[in-house]
Design a protein around this ligand. Sequence first.
Ligand code: PAP
Length: 331
Amino acid sequence: MESSSSSSSSTFQIDARLPKEISWGTIEFLQWEGFWYAKPHLAAVMAARSHFKARDEDVILASSMKTGSTWLKAIIPCIINSKTSAAGDGNGDNIDEEEDYDPFVEHHPNDLMPALETQIFRQDPNADLSGMPSPRLLRTHMPYSILPESIKDSACKIVYITRDPKDVFVSLWHFLNTRISCPLHEAFESFCNGVHPFGPFHDHVLGYWKESLKRPEKILFLKYEELKSDPTGQVRKLASFLGRPLVQVDEVDKLVWKCSFERLKNLEINRTGVDPHLGFTYKSYFRVGLVGDWKNHLSAEMRKHLDKITQTKLEGSGLSHSCKIKIPGPR
Ligand code: PAP
């Protein structure tokens, strides 16, 4: 790290010798410690890594881009603020006495779990989060190897979500193309070469996967496809992992509905708002929300190529990205 960056109290100087690529149209990427970062994010990643001090009560949502983290940015705060789990005993005695937690009419889920690198440490490299009350709910796209040591060493929980890389690529291409203009085949080549924000995708996934096998009490590893096929089961699992088990069937059903794609996509704030930190429209975080949308965009050859990379990269890891969910045909 020292050879690639130097820190002062306020800024990180990016080493001019870092590998560089212009790709996805005009985005300048820099490679640092094995991963690619859009240039404006790298100094913030370095600052977050050096300055962030985790607390045991923190919940960190980690993901590669476009794996469905927005869904979890909604679900996790609902679990933490749920009436039965917040009561601590899980018996649901006070279920009808308080107003239901539902911040979504006024807030995009991004507001509920601020991002360490693209938001907090980008705004202020010396951000002081000590005044934030526990449990702090935070998110990051940083790879496991780059995480601040205190996240790894403290008792804080990490929730990781991944997704079929074909759907990740298609989602990322649509998302970035709301701001840039890059032909699909060019973006595909970059993605397959690992050159995309916080890429390579497969190395990102494997870092968290391997650690989750060693420390299942520390890292919960979720898949978008499983959340789609069994949202109530996955929400219960997540709630138990966070030490906030949800016992009431009605409450789990309500939480799943509150955070559903159909509901969030149609809320006024998400139809019209813009993320003040990154400039993306809120609606671009709610595109189609499907498993298998890649079928509508990738040729058979592209599918084969990316599947082959996935197979080779994940071989022997015990992780697979195949799923038995029925994939919708072209619309
Ligand atoms: P991020 O990395 O910028 O935070 P992220 O939320 O991880 O993005 O991924 C966005 C994807 O999650 C979108 O997929 P799509 O492009 O294939 O449609 C988005 O639609 C999907 N998504 C967001 N919220 C939900 C939700 N509540 N339920 C299901 N899918 C969702």
